[in-house]
Design a protein around this ligand. Structure first.
Ligand SMILES: [Zn+2]
Length: 427
């Protein structure tokens, strides 16, 4: 992903946010137990609420254009009308389902290949990623301007021909005035796709999975996989396949935490709990997506972190999954995109040991959930978080959970924990 912002450009706005957060802490009236604010003055992709001045809106109708681009060295040969649905259909269906109809994503497809002016290698760096994706999008938009009314869309996706030097997916989000310009306006949001998406997978349409992931960046969500690791199974060892920001081989539900950031659930569906001066016990019945009721409990651990327990079952977008259960994870707003800001605490004690097709399909933590069913682990103690989670009753669509929450630490700073303390789990 790519954010063309200058350090300090949002200094005033960010200072205002920082001041508000400081005020909330100082007065003891945090605006919400689930609202995490980073200390950084530079807005970026993180687990904080998305800044509406930088990111696209995640509610309502999102209209997009899809442009197929080719190059003098890599002419497009496939029929654009046949290729386009592999990028659009599953993505549109995913947004309709994951948002419960609160966001729609519709496409206008430019009707042919548009030839870029230079050889493909001149546009990309050594790993095949657009060096200036906004300039490339602007070139494509101007090539297709006679066929598409770009004043009617907020997002533009450019899909490079197979065998070009473009080999990475690449989102862009630009502040007002810094987007991809054309004679009647500018496009601030979108993404590019390269040869990397020309791949057949058994779990859906790979281009659409990438388009869904990159679009979520334009809404403000960070990468959950570890961008420093190339292997797509190993780099997903923090969150597995439990969210499209960490895994694109299959496209399941997003984390309830992310649905809250995007406005796709109502506040009562994520029960937010503050720690107290004494130990507290929280009992909740959790239901999965598609049911009415609380979907998750989030316990604020300190200024920057929450621990979340949420219900996930194999139906709807998650239909490929195994037995249902309660997924437990921590979220740290200080950890930047691509450095695992979310960490699943696996009931199985770590990534699945098998390297089966199941791991390839669902991710390395596919067996991470808790359940009261016979033969399944029902309880996790997370000493570093001061929280225990136990599932006391399981059914196909409801999980009774009990959270034991240790008192708030008395030390200065409200018990701030180090970034990425290895979360020790007592098995
Ligand atoms: Zn990404």
């Amino acid at each position: 992903m790519y954010i063309p912002i200058m350090p300090g450009r949002y200094t005033h706005a960010s200072l205002a946010i920082a001041a508000l957060a400081a005020l909330c802490v100082a007065t003891g009236h945090a605006q919400d137990a689930c609202t995490l604010r980073p200390d950084t003055l530079r807005p970026a992709l993180s687990e904080a609420p998305p800044d509406e001045r930088l990111f696209a809106h995640s509610l309502g109708e999102v209209r997009a254009a899809l442009i197929f681009i080719d190059f003098p060295d890599a002419p497009g040969t496939a029929d654009v009308a046949q290729l386009a649905p592999s990028y659009t259909n599953e993505a549109s269906a995913w947004y309709a389902s994951a948002s419960r109809g609160r966001m729609s994503l519709s496409f206008t497809v430019a009707p042919r290949w548009y030839r870029m002016s230079k050889p493909s290698a001149t546009y990309v760096n050594e790993i095949g990623k657009f060096v200036d994706v906004i300039a490339a999008a602007a070139e494509a938009i101007n090539l297709a301007a006679g066929d598409v009314d770009f004043t009617r869309v907020t997002h533009v996706y450019i899909a490079a021909s197979n065998h070009s030097a473009v080999n990475k997916s690449n989102a862009f989000m630009a502040p007002v005035g810094r987007g991809a310009k054309f004679d009647r306006g500018e496009i601030r949001f979108g993404a590019a796709f390269g040869s990397n998406v020309y791949r057949t997978i058994p779990t859906g349409s790979y281009p659409a999975h990438h388009l869904t992931h990159e679009t979520l960046h334009t809404l403000g969500l960070p990468d959950l996989y570890d961008i420093t690791i190339a292997d797509i199974v190993q780099n997903a060892s923090a969150t597995g396949g439990w969210d499209p920001m960490g895994w694109v081989l299959s496209l399941g539900e997003p984390l309830v935490w992310h649905k809250r950031l995007l406005g796709w659930i109502d506040p009562p569906e994520l029960h937010c709990v503050e720690r107290a001066d004494t130990a507290i016990t929280v009992r909740e019945s959790l239901v999965p997506a598609g049911e009415t009721g609380a979907k998750a409990v989030a316990v604020r651990l300190d200024r920057y972190r929450v621990l979340v327990a949420e219900a996930r079952v194999p139906r709807g977008l998650d239909s490929l999954r195994g037995p249902g259960g309660v997924l437990v994870y921590t979220v740290d707003v200080r950890v930047p995109t691509g450095r695992t800001p979310v960490r699943v605490i696996s009931a199985a004690g770590g990534p699945a040991a098998d390297d089966s097709s199941r791991v390839r399909r669902l991710g390395p933590l596919h067996d991470a959930t808790l359940s009261a069913d016979t033969g399944r682990r029902s309880r996790l103690d997370v000493p570093d978080a001061g929280v225990s989670v136990e599932v006391t009753r399981s059914s196909t669509a409801r999980f009774d959970v009990v959270l034991l929450i240790a008192p708030r630490p008395r030390s200065a700073g409200g018990g701030m924990l180090p970034v990425h303390d290895p979360t020790r789990v007592r098995q």
